[in-house]
Design a protein around this ligand. Structure first.
Ligand SMILES: Nc1ncnc2c1ncn2[C@@H]1O[C@H](COP(=O)(O)OP(=O)(O)OP(=O)(O)O)[C@@H](O)[C@H]1O
Length: 290
C-alpha cells in the first residue's frame, strides 16, 4: 500500500464521463486529503459532474474511485460512503412549504437518525452551526437566497459526516454571509475532508489547503494555492494601457491595467495571486469545445 492510499480520503484515477456526445470528464485523477480542497474551473469544466461522482450520485463511465476507503461501484460501498457523506448539490430541491427545521429534519430521517429526540437535537445543532437558530420555524419560500443556501449547508452537516462535498456553497451570498460561511467551512475542514467548487479564486486562497483546477474535463493543476499562484511568477505586470496579446488584461481600481502573460522587457512585475496562476492555465474567454 502506498502512503497516499493510506492517508487519502478520496482517490480517483482515470475518471471519464460522457453525456451523449459531450465528454464532461476525460481521464481525471486526483487525491483528496483532510482539510479543505477547492475545485475551480470555467463554466462547463466538469466541476459539478466530478462532485456528483464523488458524492456517489452519478457513476463514472470508466476509472476507479475510492471514497473513505470504499468502492462506490458496489452497493455496499455506496451505502458505506453515503452514511459518512454530506452533500450540498447545486440545486438542493427544497420543498418550499417546509420550514427550515422540517427540511433539515426530513434529511436527518433519510440519514437514518431514527430516535426523534436525538434527531431533533441534531437538527437544532446544525441550524445553529450555520447561524439559523432564529429562523428555523420560517418557511423556506419566505427565506432569502443566502438563508436557503445556509439551510442546504445545515442539511449537509447532519450526522457530522467525515466528507463534505459542496457545490458552489457561497454562490448568491452577500460579502458578510460569505465570510461567515467561510468561517464555518474552515472549522469543518479541521479533522475532516471538504471538497468544494467555487468560481472565487480569493476564496481558494482564504479557505483551501489544496486546489484542483479543472478545464475542459481534465485536471490542469493539483496542489497548494501558493503553488498555483507561483505558476504566474514573472508573468504579471502593470501597464498604462490594455495589452492585446496578454492572456488576460484588465483595468484595476487605480486606473492601471494588470496583465498576465509574457511581459515585455523591463515590465513592472507584480507578485502573482491565485487568480493570476489560474489565468495562466485556463483561457477564461474560451468557450468549451467538446
Ligand atoms: N445532464 C447533462 N446532459 C448533457 N450535457 C451535460 C449534462 N450536465 C452537464 N453537461 C455538460 O457537461 C459539461 C460539464 O458540465 P458541468 O455542469 O459538470 O460543469 P461545471 O464545471 O460544473 O460548470 P458550471 O461552472 O457552469 O457550473 C458541460 O459541457 C455541460 O454542458
Amino acid at each position: 500500500m502506498t502512503v497516499a492510499a493510506a492517508t487519502s480520503v478520496v482517490h480517483a484515477s482515470g475518471l471519464t464521463l460522457r453525456y451523449g456526445r459531450t465528454a464532461a470528464l476525460s481521464d481525471v485523477s486526483f487525491t483528496l486529503y483532510d482539510g479543505v480542497t477547492g475545485l475551480v474551473g470555467p463554466n462547463g469544466a466538469g466541476k459539478t459532474t466530478l462532485l456528483r461522482i464523488v458524492a456517489t450520485a452519478l457513476p463514472p463511465d470508466q476509472g476507479s474511485l475510492s471514497v473513505l476507503g470504499n468502492d462506490p461501484r458496489t452497493p455496499a460501498g455506496r451505502l458505506a460512503v453515503r452514511r459518512r457523506l454530506g452533500y450540498l448539490p447545486q440545486d438542493p430541491g427544497f420543498h418550499p412549504g417546509f420550514t427550515a427545521f422540517e427540511f433539515v429534519d426530513y434529511v436527518a430521517i433519510l440519514k437514518e437518525l431514527t430516535d426523534r429526540r436525538a434527531r431533533h437535537q441534531e437538527v437544532r445543532r446544525v441550524l445553529d452551526a450555520v447561524g439559523l437558530s432564529g429562523q428555523r420555524g420560517r418557511r423556506i419560500r419566505a427565506l432569502s437566497g443566502g438563508m436557503r443556501q445556509r439551510v442546504a449547508l445545515a442539511a449537509a452537516l447532519v450526522g457530522d459526516p467525515d466528507l463534505l462535498v459542496l457545490d458552489e456553497p457561497t454562490v448568491g451570498l452577500d460579502p458578510e454571509q460569505r465570510l461567515r460561511f467561510r468561517e464555518v467551512i474552515a472549522e469543518l475542514g479541521e479533522g475532516r475532508s471538504v471538497l468544494l467548487s467555487t468560481h472565487q479564486t480569493e476564496e481558494v486562497m482564504a479557505l483551501c489547503q489544496r486546489v484542483v483546477v479543472l478545464d475542459g474535463g481534465t485536471v490542469r493543476f493539483e496542489g497548494a494555492p501558493a503553488d498555483l499562484a507561483a505558476l504566474a511568477r514573472g508573468r504579471v505586470w502593470t501597464s498604462g494601457a490594455r495589452v492585446p496579446g496578454a492572456l488576460a488584461s484588465w483595468r484595476a481600481g487605480d486606473g492601471r491595467y494588470r496583465n498576465v502573460g509574457d511581459p515585455p522587457a523591463g515590465a513592472d512585475l507584480l507578485e502573482p495571486t491565485v487568480e493570476d496562476g489560474y489565468l495562466t492555465l485556463v483561457d477564461a474567454d474560451e468557450e468549451p469545445t467538446r
